[in-house]
Design a protein around this ligand. Structure first.
Ligand code: NAD
Ligand code: ZN
Ligand code: ZN
Length: 337
């Protein structure tokens, strides 16, 4: 099978022919039709984070396709099922977090396209218990980004506790942010979107943002405090430390700053303001299978639609360059045919 493989950090991926994986107990083999390119894949290939991925690595955790082989011990999936393979490749199922329905916090989890091979390939082996079926009304290409960008922002909005009618700021209108705007609107929230360039401002507006702020032209925190009196919650999806300090200063008293983007930096948080204003700073990591099912339902009902450009798997290094330069509108989805 054809696959894009990272052999060393900070070097281009290589397009290679590899042996197709065999099903093992508890797994299904998925013929990948499409796989979204998440900024996490770029962090993985750069070795940005304290916990490093395996090498060599086939990245990708927004892979979607058709089940073509099923292990003998799997009885709930069948050849021909259309599924997606999310970041959460597997969790232990018996730790306190798994038992409490927070499998995304399981310390023994494996991650697709990070600790195990992912979806930048024609075939991908997946844990049968952790793939999620794609609603019939969604195409592979439009479903792919929901398996990380969609579920992550849907979950972050839940974590924010923002209620209909309240204001949230979405900082970063990229793969994650452009879906965050749509989930927030579908939840009845008012949205202020922060990113830069005219194209991203018009994309945010078209997706329903009530206000847009170009951070290269204006100070988002000042504008948000001045015009809106602060937001109830901010979802920070930018992979930038500068974005986080702006995000922090955008929330109102009692508000929540939800950290989603993952620059490899420390975040200086002012203790005085945090205490006196009762501000919460919370991390939010992808979502559970149940979150994923709910997030897919929004799309199946036509309330959320990923803005997608397709590219061939062969062009992955060019896509990474575009991502590094913040040039992508919505999500790029690699197609395997
Ligand atoms: P992306 O490259 O598609 O989008 C990032 C966006 O941030 C771009 O539009 C860029 O212009 C914008 N940006 C950069 N600096 C900014 C600033 N100072 N202020 C406002 N906007 C700014 O990336 P993505 O795929 O959406 O991922 C974003 C981040 O989220 C990455 O760090 C990724 O690893 C992380 N992530 C986290 C989770 C999680 O579960 N917490 C899940 C997926 C991705
Ligand atoms: Zn991702
Ligand atoms: Zn567990």
């Amino acid at each position: 099978m054809k696959a894009a493989v990272a052999h060393e950090f900070q070097t281009p991926l290589r397009i290679e022919q590899l042996a197709q994986p065999d099903v093992k107990p508890g797994t299904v083999l998925v013929k990948i039709a499409a796989c979204g390119v998440c900024h996490t894949d770029l962090h993985a290939c750069h070795g940005d984070w304290p916990v490093k991925p395996k090498l060599p690595l086939i990245p990708g955790h927004e892979g979607v396709g058709t089940v073509v082989a099923v292990a003998d011990d799997v009885d709930h999936l069948f050849i021909g099922d259309e599924v997606g393979i999310p970041w959460l490749h597997s969790a232990c199922g018996h730790c306190e977090h798994c038992l409490q329905g927070n499998e995304n916090l399981c310390p023994s989890q494996q991650n697709s396209g990070y600790s195990v091979d992912g979806g930048y390939a024609e075939y991908c082996l997946a844990n049968a218990d952790y793939v999620v079926k794609i609603p019939k009304s969604l195409s592979f290409v439009e479903a792919a980004p929901l398996f990380c960008a969609g579920v992550t922002t849907y979950k972050a909005l839940k974590v924010s506790d923002a209620k209909p009618g309240q204001w949230v700021a979405i900082v970063g209108v990229g793969g994650l942010g452009h879906l965050a705007i749509q989930y927030a609107k579908a939840m009845g929230l008012n949205v202020v979107a922060v990113d830069s360039t005219e194209q991203k401002m018009s994309l945010a507006k078209a997706l329903g943002a009530d206000h847009c702020i170009d951070y290269q032209l204006h100070n988002p925190a000042e504008q948000i405090q001045e015009k809106l009196g602060g937001v109830q919650a901010v979802i920070c999806t930018a992979a930038s430390k500068a974005a986080f300090s702006g995000a922090y200063h955008s929330v109102k008293r009692g508000g929540k700053c939800v950290l989603v983007g993952l620059p490899n930096d420390d975040l200086p948080i002012p203790i005085f303001d945090t205490v006196l204003k009762g501000i919460s700073v919370i991390g939010s990591i992808v979502g559970t299978r149940q979150d994923l099912i709910e997030c897919l339902d929004f799309a199946a009902a036509g309330k959320v639609k990923a803005i997608v450009q397709t590219e061939s798997l062969d062009n992955i290094n060019h896509v990474f360059e575009q991502m590094q330069n913040n040039e992508i509108q919505g999500r790029i989805v690699l197609t395997m045919t």
